[in-house]
Design a protein around this ligand. Sequence first.
Ligand SMILES: [Zn+2]
Length: 212
Amino acid sequence: MANVIDLSVYSGILLKKIHVVDVSEKYGPGHRGLFAAEEISAGEIILKNDPTTTAFYPFGDERGIYTLEEFYRLISEQCDPDVKKYLMRYSLQYDDKHVMVPKNYLTRDIIDLCVFMNHSCEANCSQLDVKQVSALQDIEPGSMLTVDYGLYNTDDMQLLPFNVCRCGVTACAGNDVFKRYKHHDWQQKYYDYCSPYVQAKIDEIRKQREKA
Ligand SMILES: [Zn+2]
């Protein structure tokens, strides 16, 4: 089966065959998800950021970085409800004070495939910033690709993607998804995949634990 993703609408370099699927029924109006269209083995890279078409400035580029205050001001200054919606849905909070805003919010001409990774409390993928999605386990065709949003977001952030998780797995953390970084077992399993911000939070907890 060939990739059927229209790369004039979506940005990304596909290393494995995947589909974009409408998942409004489970996640709410307008939500999409990525699904495996072939077998994927643990450790394989599935999707990479395409620097030539991405809607984001490179990670750390100041042009795309807004303080929370600037971000809320940007949204309040927009008159078009579609622009507001786009900014809310596709901007990424990457520490407790800063938000990464997609540079094409006025044209909204292309969307990075990476932003369609939905959350699961038993995620089958990891995601490095918005740059790269890799398989954490073997993935069967037809499975949705998921990532643990706790790898990037913590309970001290304002723009959390949801309050209560409804991913449906047995081990679902419910309303504790963004607090799990505080737990030893979760840290052991996911530290290496966490964003620098979450890693720094975990380092701090570990330091406190050593002192105690
Ligand atoms: Zn869950």
